[in-house]
Design a protein around this ligand. Structure first.
Ligand code: TYD
Length: 223
């Protein structure tokens, strides 16, 4: 077990992940934690280039696209996320393996292999908690001029939403499903309490395994 905490945000496009990540980062930093905010695709110099290719480049064959996400992930986890966790940081990450399962495996129809490839790519590193920001897809968003991937996937927004909810049901202890269709402060209240629970669980697990105790968790911050 690492000393840090790995928190992932998932959900459909436009559910407010970036806003919640920022608020959570500010709250944890004020409580004295080192926080690393990152995202997939992206997060490293290589990831930034892959992001440009996947999201803003020409058509990419679905299997190639799945492998590019996995390549980004492999590099990101090994060079940025694992070192941050090892030194005790809280990593707040926008999207991870579940996005590939839902978008490439489900929406693009590539199936179960997608999860296997990502698990191999990351050496099976799983988040301490995955926060699924859930809301009904916004129809006006689908009409807007979106980037290439979003344009294709927005038509499948319902399927994507159900995909994340199914993953959360599969392993409820590691997930928090948060209703994101509410005012930002209310959403953050639930996000913060899910992270506080995860910090507590990680400390208890660390103590029972005799692992070094992680740095002091944040004192309760009123969201
Ligand atoms: P993101 O930057 O999170 O966009 P948004 O803030 O609008 O949600 O994600 C960009 C797109 O990349 C998004 O449409 C989902 C897609 N994506 C995948 O299809 N598979 C993946 O494994 C990841 C990480 C993202």
């Amino acid at each position: 077990m690492s000393a840090g905490l790995f928190v992932v945000f998932e959900g459909g496009d436009g559910v407010g992940k970036t806003t919640q990540l920022k608020r959570l980062s500010d709250a944890l930093q004020s409580a004295g934690r080192e926080v690393v905010v990152t995202r997939e695709p992206g997060g490293t110099a290589l990831g930034h280039q892959l992001r440009q290719l996947i999201l803003h480049g020409d058509h990419v064959a679905p299997r190639a696209e799945a492998l590019l996400y996995a390549a980004d992930r492999a590099h990101h986890i090994e060079t940025l996320v694992r070192p941050a966790l090892a030194r005790g940081a809280v990593v707040l990450q926008d999207r991870y393996i579940d996005s590939s399962i839902v978008y490439q495996g489900g929406a693009r129809g590539l199936g179960d292999q997608v999860e296997r490839i990502s698990r191999w790519a990351t050496g099976d590193l799983l988040p301490d908690v995955t926060i699924v920001l859930d809301m009904e897809p916004d129809p006006s968003r689908m009409a807007r001029d979106l980037d290439r991937v979003e344009g294709e996937t927005s038509r499948q927004a319902d399927k994507i939403r159900r995909g994340f909810l199914m993953l959360a049901q599969r392993d409820p202890a590691r997930y928090a499903v948060v209703d994101a269709a509410r005012p930002e402060g209310e959403v953050f209240h639930d996000v913060f309490s899910a992270v506080r629970d995860a910090i507590r669980r990680a400390r208890e697990a660390g103590a029972s395994q005799g692992a070094p105790t992680s740095p002091t968790p944040p004192s309760p911050v009123t969201p």
